[in-house]
Design a protein around this ligand. Structure first.
Ligand SMILES: C[S@@+](CC[C@H](N)C(=O)[O-])C[C@H]1O[C@@H](n2cnc3c(N)ncnc32)[C@H](O)[C@@H]1O
Length: 262
C-alpha cells in the first residue's frame, strides 16, 4: 500500500473512531449506565455474550442449552464462551433471550434507537434476494447515528482460494473432528453449505442459503445506506470499546468480519 493510501486509511479510521466514541460518550452522559446502551445480538444461537444489557434474538429455543450451562461445574474446562457464560449466569447475570424470526423485522425497536448490533454468522442463512437486504435495511433503520453493526459471515473468496491452493486444513481448528477426515472437496462443501458447524447435529442441519465476498457484501451494506465499512482479521478489534470488550466472534478462520457505522 502506498504511503498516501496508508495515511488516508488511518485518517478515515481516526474519523470513524471519533464518531463512535462520541456515541459512547453520549450514552454515558445521557444515561450514566452502560446497561442502558441498547445492544442486540441477532441470530444469537448459543453464542450469547456474558455481559449485561444484551438482548439476544433467535427463532430457536435455547432453554436446554442455558440449563446445561448453569449446571457446568465451575472448574470444568469447556469452550471459552461457554465458560464465560457459565460464570456470568452463576453470578446472577441476566441472559435476555427473545424468540423471534428475524425475517419479520423488528417493529419493537423504533428508528434510531439502537446503539450496537451484532449479526454473527447469520446473514448467510437468510434468503439473499428478498430477506437479507430487508434485514440489513432494518438494522440501518434501528441504529442511532454513530451506532455500530458488527457482522461475521463465511468468506466465499477465502474458501475458494484455500480450496484451489490445497489449504482447506487451515480451517480444521474451528471444525468438528470429522472435518479432518474428509477430502478437500467435502471440506469445501461442508463450509460452504454450513453443514460442519458445531451446532450441526442429527436433527439440526445448519444450512446456508448464500455466501458473500467483500464485493457482494459491500453492495448489500451500501444498498441499505451504510457508507463506511471496516474489515477485521481478528476478534477483539473494533471501533467500539463495548464491542471490543464484550463480543467474541466465531468462525474467524474462514469468515469476513466487518463493522459499519450509521
Ligand atoms: C450459525 S448460527 C450463528 C450463531 C452465533 N450468532 C454466532 O456468531 O456463531 C445461526 C443462527 O441464526 C439463527 N437463525 C437462522 N435463521 C433465523 C431466523 N429466520 N430468525 C431467527 N434466527 C435465525 C439460527 O437459529 C442460529 O442460531
Amino acid at each position: 500500500m502506498s504511503e498516501y493510501n496508508e495515511l488516508l486509511q488511518k485518517s478515515i479510521f481516526k474519523n470513524i473512531q471519533s464518531m463512535v466514541v462520541e456515541c459512547n460518550q453520549n450514552n454515558k452522559s445521557n444515561q450514566n449506565n452502560q446497561n442502558e446502551i441498547v445492544k442486540l445480538n441477532i441470530g444469537c444461537g448459543p453464542c450469547m455474550f456474558a455481559h449485561d444489557g444484551w438482548t439476544n434474538y433467535d427463532h430457536a429455543n435455547f432453554d436446554q442449552f442455558i440449563n446445561f450451562i448453569k449446571t457446568l461445574p465451575s472448574d470444568a474446562k469447556s469452550l471459552k464462551f461457554m465458560e464465560e457464560l457459565r460464570d456470568y449466569a452463576k453470578a446472577g447475570g441476566e441472559l435476555k433471550i427473545i424468540p423471534h424470526d428475524l425475517t419479520k423485522g423488528f417493529p419493537q425497536h423504533s428508528d434510531n434507537s439502537v446503539h450496537l448490533i451484532y449479526l454473527g454468522q447469520v446473514i448467510e442463512h437468510i434468503n439473499p434476494i428478498f430477506k437479507a437486504p430487508e434485514l440489513i435495511k432494518e438494522c440501518y433503520r434501528m441504529l442511532k447515528p454513530g451506532g455500530v453493526m458488527r457482522l461475521t459471515t463465511p468468506d466465499l473468496d477465502l474458501l475458494v482460494h484455500a480450496y484451489i491452493n490445497g489449504e482447506m486444513d487451515k480451517f480444521a481448528c474451528e471444525q468438528p473432528d470429522f472435518y479432518k477426515d474428509r477430502d478437500p472437496s467435502a471440506q469445501l462443501a461442508m463450509l460452504m453449505y454450513g453443514s460442519s458447524g458445531a451446532s450441526c447435529v442429527f436433527n439440526n442441519y445448519e444450512g446456508h442459503m448464500f455466501l458473500y465476498t467483500k464485493t457482494s457484501m459491500n453492495k448489500l451494506l451500501k444498498d441499505a445506506g451504510f457508507e463506511k465499512i471496516i474489515y477485521y482479521n481478528k476478534t477483539g478489534e473494533s471501533v467500539s470499546e463495548v464491542l471490543k470488550k464484550e463480543v467474541l466472534d466465531f468462525g474467524m478462520t474462514h469468515s469476513l468480519c466487518l463493522e459499519v457505522i450509521k
